[in-house]
Write a protein that binds this ligand. Structure first.
Ligand SMILES: *Cc1c(COP(=O)(O)O)cnc(C)c1O
Length: 398
């Protein structure tokens, strides 16, 4: 059979592409510290399994394409408590935040239409865009100012007649950047000036370590232009549940989304029941989880700062840090570590940085580290990383 050019143009996930090397290391009896994937080790709140165990139905039927009304109500309440008021009609349940992003791109973009994204960005944005015919245009940001936004004039240069949306991840993955109110106002002004959608991917909203957090949903001027993407995956350490949502007040947009939602029938019935229970998680859960992540952030930052030639971002949220490494090529280095390096049978895996750029010749000496392990494990993993750097033939500080 003959395969599409479209599918062949997709890249392998930078987060998962080195898995065969990690599997080989494990088969050889080594222990691998996984800093490559944002799969938290935090326990899923017990409310989830309690709801699933109680679930009972004679037939697991198709549900409403918009999603389970109980879950929609729970999400409405969650937002209302944060000062964001949505009608039940504004909320669509999706199969993870991923499907919300896909639906938004589908409703906004024809082939070659453009979505602006700040680089480095969540690698799957590229896969979604290429699969559904949109084009991701990377607007560069730099480790030197913690991956914060460039000036309004600079961003404006990337907007043209084909631009349909600005997609913004706040807090950021892979950067951990949390935007200031002034940065958010820049994006809001540009969205309104050029009649663009502002797609706010706020799946890390609850993970902010230094000071206040403002959601794009609290900016009334964006009322008709904002598309909110959300998910239970990271918030409740429930990545396998595959439930997210798409929220928008623009009725014309919503009418189109409804057709896309109907085309895939409905989200998983049982998982929606579990997800609704997750929204009852008390806020004390987040306080505890945030304390833990902040501690991990401080740990990984302190460990990285001790390594000569390593430059890292100042993550203020989410659970990632982007680092510049003193190596010829971070992907080669990552593979070399998994194949050749261990300390007492332990080694480390991380995601090469170039996969988080639109142009894979960028970020070749960068890597994304996810601090989703305990602080003791992080200390060990970064120690191994530092020793591996010194032993690596492509180390540039020699
Ligand atoms: C994990 C993630 C998502 C989507 O996750 P789902 O599991 O599909 O909800 C979306 N955006 C970013 C930035 C992510 O890190």
């Amino acid at each position: 059979m003959r395969l599409s050019l479209r599918v062949q143009a997709l890249a392998t996930s930078p987060i998962r592409k080195l898995t065969p090397y990690a599997d080989a290391a494990k088969a050889a009896g080594k222990k691998v510290y996984h800093l490559n994937i944002g799969q938290p080790d935090i326990l899923t709140p017990p409310q989830y399994m309690e709801a699933i165990r109680k679930y009972d139905a004679p037939v697991i039927e198709y549900g409403n394409s918009k999603g389970d009304p109980v879950l929609i109500k729970a999400i409405q309440k969650y937002y209302a408590e944060k000062g964001m008021n949505y009608d039940l009609e504004d909320i669509y349940i999706t199969n993870g935040g991923s499907e919300a992003l896909i639906m938004a791109a589908t409703a906004l973009c024809d082939d070659t239409d453009e979505i602006l994204v700040f680089e480095p960005f969540y690698a799957n944005y590229m896969t979604f865009a290429k699969t559904y015919g949109a084009k991701v245009v990377g607007v560069p940001t730099s480790v030197d100012n913690g991956y914060h936004l460039p000036s309004e004039e600079m961003i404006e240069k990337f907007i043209n007649g084909r631009t349909k949306a600005i997609l913004v991840t706040n807090p950021g993955n892979p950067t951990g950047a949390v935007y200031t109110e002034e940065e958010m106002k820049i994006l809001s002004r540009l969205a309104l000036k050029y009649d663009l959608a502002l797609i706010a991917d706020e799946v890390y909203r609850e993970f902010v370590y230094d000071g206040p957090y403002k959601s794009f949903g609290t900016m009334p001027e964006l009322d008709q232009n904002l598309i909110m993407v959300d998910s239970v995956s990271k918030r409740y350490s429930a990545c396998g549940v595959r439930i997210g949502c798409l929220i928008c007040k623009n009725k014309a947009f919503n009418a189109q989304i409804m057709k896309v939602a109907q085309g895939r029938l409905c989200s998983p019935a049982v998982e929606m029941v579990g997800a609704a229970a997750l929204y009852e998680t008390p806020s004390s859960y987040f306080e505890e989880v945030n304390r833990e992540y902040k501690h991990r952030r401080d740990t990984i930052k302190a460990c990285l700062d001790k390594l000569p030639g390593v430059k890292s971002s100042e993550p203020q949220g989410a659970f990632y840090v982007m680092v510049k490494l003193p190596v010829d090529d971070a992907e080669k280095f990552a593979i070399w570590v998994l194949e050749n390096f261990d300390i007492d049978g332990e080694t480390v895996m991380f995601a090469p940085g170039n996969g988080f750029y639109g142009d894979s010749t960028c970020g070749v000496d960068e890597a994304r580290l996810a601090y989703v392990l305990s602080s003791e494990k992080i200390e060990k993993a970064i120690y191994i990383l530092g020793e591996a750097l010194k032993a690596y033939p492509g180390y540039t500080l020699k």
